[in-house]
Write a protein that binds this ligand. Structure first.
Ligand SMILES: [Zn+2]
Length: 414
């Protein structure tokens, strides 16, 4: 293990001692101006890792969340995060590529990236943390470019692409040992939020590019501004140890030698996108949306109140269903669902957890030990209400239910 690899594998803090006695530094800028603002104890350490039995799911390791806000750069991180509790492997089931709405979005961003950065034959695209490879594969199929994907959870047997001959997948975590992989386009989607030492990671990406100043870099990750603003507590979970807004993400990229050229939100404002080019050194902010430090600090102050209000609304609905003897299903078994179940303490009224990803059926959710079923199971279960974990899929789910003759009450969450 090299020094950088060792640092990338380090937790933010090693113990669960009070924040005041550990005085951790911001993982994005090194500042000690950190404010603790949200705590959640004893949550499942993984929410996308599927367990084959209920016993294993119930016995799954748990960890604590304590979010801190950096007053100098706006970064938010979980200082209780312990990398030792996280294991990414082929059993990690994060893909959303069974949803038509999601596949449409994937096509849209691929076409947008191809157009913006001139991807095509003869160009190599590298994707760090490529998951099951959907983005890279779509990029290669649509543009004719070549691709290199790196991810410990990649499953080669699932990729039947016509572009397979131009793609190479490495089943591993990205690190300095892959610095030799050169590409004209570097993407990293929904990965940075799983990495605690974010400054080291962005620095490594910048070092890998070196003086090849023509390289384009694209990162996509959840947007924290929306979570803070609306108190969307189910978007905060153990696997996500770091959280960014447009401003904090741009500040990190600029400090590490990138020029930020594009900075925007996508997917109904849920995702944050940054497009950057390597620069000779740190760069100064030029985009109006980067100036969000004061507004983020204000959102952090009122997050707890927003959180309590959202939790109260959902708990009231759950209590109403319980009293009326109604049966409830949750549609969407990902991290948001695991987080909601932990916070809400749903009991017998929760009848089923549904997911359209067939690879999840018959497996169990870490923490609650609930089994995941396919939509067809609802034909016999006939739930009275369905909680939709991501409102962007509401119409798709309403349609899936209707084709099975079901019209339950729907509760779409933000
Ligand atoms: Zn900072």
């Amino acid at each position: 293990m090299t020094e950088l690899q060792r640092r990338l594998a380090q937790p933010l803090t090693k113990s669960a001692r009070p924040l005041a006695s550990t005085a951790p530094a911001c993982q994005a800028c090194g500042s000690s101006e950190l404010e603790s603002f949200y705590e959640l104890r004893n949550v499942p350490a993984h929410s996308c890792l599927l367990l084959p039995t209920r016993q294993e799911a119930l016995a799954f390791p748990r960890g604590d969340i304590e979010l801190v806000f950096c007053h100098d750069c706006g970064f938010i991180g979980n200082v209780r995060f312990d990398i030792g509790l996280n294991q990414y492997s082929a059993a990690y089931e994060e893909t959303q590529a069974f949803s038509p709405r999601f596949l449409r979005f994937l096509d849209e961003i691929c076409n947008d990236q191809i157009r913006k950065f001139g991807l095509g034959p003869g160009v190599t695209a590298l994707e760090i943390g490529c998951g099951k490879g959907e983005f890279l594969t779509t990029l290669c199929e649509l543009s004719g470019c070549s691709g290199i994907g790196i991810d410990p959870g990649y499953r080669p047997e699932r990729n039947r692409s016509t572009a397979a001959g131009r793609m190479q997948f490495i089943v591993d975590l990205y690190g300095p040992r892959y610095a030799h992989l050169q590409a004209e386009y570097v993407s990293c989607r929904h990965t940075l939020e799983h990495i605690a030492p974010v400054q080291d990671f962005v620095r490594l990406v910048r070092e890998t590019i070196g003086n090849r100043h023509h390289v384009n870099v694209f990162f996509e990750l959840p947007d924290m501004e929306r979570v803070l603003e609306q108190g969307i507590f189910w978007d905060i979970y153990y696997e996500h140890c770091t959280y960014f807004t447009r401003g904090s993400l741009a500040r990190l990229f600029r400090a590490e030698g990138f020029d930020v050229q594009g900075l925007y939100k996508a997917y109904d404002g849920q995702y944050l996108m940054v497009e950057a080019k390597p620069a000779g050194g740190p760069t100064a902010a030029t985009l109006p949306q980067e100036a969000d430090l004061a507004s983020t600090a204000a959102l952090v102050k009122k997050f707890k109140a927003e959180h309590d209000s959202r939790l109260g609304e959902i708990a009231a609905a759950a209590s109403r269903w319980r009293q009326a003897g109604k049966q409830v299903a949750i549609w969407g078994s990902g991290s948001k669902c695991v987080s909601l179940i932990s916070s809400l303490q749903l009991g017998d009224e929760l009848q089923a957890i549904v997911d359209i990803n067939p690879h999840k059926h018959g497996k169990f959710l870490a923490g609650s030990g609930r089994e995941i079923v396919g939509p067809d199971a609802l034909t016999t279960l006939r739930p009275d209400a369905v909680i939709i974990m991501n409102s962007i899929y509401t119409e798709e789910i309403r349609h899936e239910l209707a084709t099975r003759g079901l019209q339950p009450e729907l509760l779409p969450l933000a």
